[in-house]
Ligand binder design. Structure first.
Ligand SMILES: [Zn+2]
Ligand SMILES: [Zn+2]
Length: 458
């Protein structure tokens, strides 16, 4: 049965057709997602429906407080709620870092019953981790269709300058008012679109993981994300015009990506190598004290960078691989440890290796993966053939005035080249770059990104 999305008279999203008997463990969505016009005034009513209580901390930054936070606060106060505002003031964009998380934590009182985040990525993630740690429910009021994290159960945070992912809470209620979303500047909208376009990569990598590693791949989640991203590609003019229809298609795509996270309890359908690379830039720039580009904008650029590798891989003749040569050239465990420390820093690399213990393959494992790729190459090619042409993706991004290149995002050249080599090492999750590397072909694909490590060309 196909997945369909509709809305009830209260603008609450109804998703049907999600029953699935694939080997993934499935969870009920069980959250209230509202998308529509004039919804800010209805936030108190939505909260009452779920009995979240009346005492809350409202988290926003200067900008999101101005755009919607003050109105949400007023609606709550008028409805008899008690609100502690936690408006995070920064000279530059607020980041979901130790300090922001601490500000929210210290705003929470013993009688606080729920948290309400009014904002997009940073505000929501900062609130999300506090909701997780305090056990309080939380409400998310979206202010921009700029990223797919609203419905996520994972918080990307900055901890001591390192980008980390922490399991956290999905909001009990998500409210996206289309009029509020349409006030978002075009670069934020383009960022949201970039984040959604990356789903084509995430989908392909998930299917590669299924072929190569027998990783369970949920067809319902794949369909949900594919339908949403296809709708977006087909309606880019509506999005560029910030029409009601365009805003709805974009926010639906961003939220449905999150719904897949609720269903299977991981981000497999929404993030893969394109996110690894984008997150690497963000992490490294923050460590240098430089403000990173918007998350989705980087994801869009990274998507364009890795896309040609799929097309190239589909044209390989894997029967010609020389296994002895691949074995002789592979990085030994100790060198890999030093490589990780080089790429991610001493602390960062330790954390990554601790959280991804299976990431270093023995030769026996690598050989098995190569043989599987050889045996099942037709299936791999079919996965790649199902991706739309790269030109179509570029067209969408051009129409929205999205950033298209790492230069436009001010990614230093050295950082860019390193990210292309180390993006695959950020987590165990299977990606085309791992496949290319396991087949001993990474050097052929990364000739445009020459990189030396310990005095040797990689
Ligand atoms: Zn994302
Ligand atoms: Zn499934």
């Amino acid at each position: 049965m196909a997945v369909t999305v509709s809305y009830d008279q209260d603008s609450r999203m109804i998703i049907s057709g999600v029953d699935c008997d694939c080997p993934c463990e499935h969870h009920d969505i069980g959250k209230d997602i509202y998308i529509g016009k004039g919804l800010i005034a209805r936030v108190p009513e939505y909260i009452r429906k779920r009995n979240l209580g009346t005492h809350c901390v409202l988290v926003a930054d200067d900008n999101t407080y101005r755009v919607a936070g003050a109105d949400v606060e007023k609606a709550l106060l008028d409805a008899g709620f008690s609100v502690i505002p936690c408006v995070i003031h920064r000279e530059h964009d607020m980041l979901p870092d130790d300090q922001s998380c601490g500000e929210v934590l210290l705003s929470i009182m013993r009688d606080t019953e729920f948290l309400i985040a009014v904002g997009s990525g940073s505000v929501t993630d900062t609130t999300r981790i506090n909701a997780e740690r305090t056990g309080l429910p939380f409400v998310s009021v979206g202010t921009a269709p700029s990223m797919d994290g609203y419905a996520s159960a994972v918080a990307p945070l900055l901890h001591r300058g390192l980008k980390i992912q922490r399991p956290a809470k999905c909001p009990d209620i998500i409210v996206c008012d289309l009029d509020v979303l349409a006030t978002a500047p075009m670069h934020m909208i383009a960022s949201g679109v970039g984040d959604v376009l990356g789903k084509y990569i995430a989908k392909a990598d998930w299917q590669l993981g299924e072929i190569i590693n027998g990783e369970p791949c949920c067809p319902v989640c794949v369909q949900m994300v594919t339908d949403a991203v296809n709708a977006l590609v087909d309606n880019v003019d509506e999005i560029a015009a910030k029409s009601e229809k365009g805003m709805r298609i974009l926010i639906e795509a961003l939220l449905l990506a999150g719904v897949t996270i609720m269903i299977i309890d991981n981000t497999r359908a929404v993030a893969s190598i394109e996110h690894n690379i984008a997150q690497y830039w963000e992490m490294m720039l923050v460590q240098r004290g430089v403000e990173p580009p918007m998350h989705g904008a980087s994801v869009g650029v990274a998507t364009l960078l890795v896309w040609p590798f799929y097309e190239k891989f589909a044209g390989e003749d894997l029967s010609k691989l020389d296994l002895d040569d691949i074995r002789a050239r592979r990085m030994d465990h100790e060198t890999r440890r030093r490589w990780m420390a080089h790429a991610y820093g001493e602390d960062g690399s330790k954390q990554i290796m601790r959280e991804n213990p299976g990431d270093f393959l023995t030769w026996e494992e690598q050989e098995r993966l190569i043989r599987t790729a050889q045996d099942r190459f037709e299936e791999i090619k079919a996965v790649i053939a199902a991706m739309p042409p790269l030109e179509k993706i570029k067209e969408v991004m051009v129409k929205l005035g999205a950033e298209m290149t790492p230069e436009e995002e001010h990614i230093p050249d050295e950082m860019l080249r390193c990210s292309m080599w180390c993006g695959k090492d950020y987590r165990t999750r299977y990606t085309i770059m791992k496949l290319i590397d396991e087949c001993g072909l990474l050097g052929d694909y990364l000739t445009d990104y020459p990189y030396e490590f310990e005095g040797k060309k990689l």
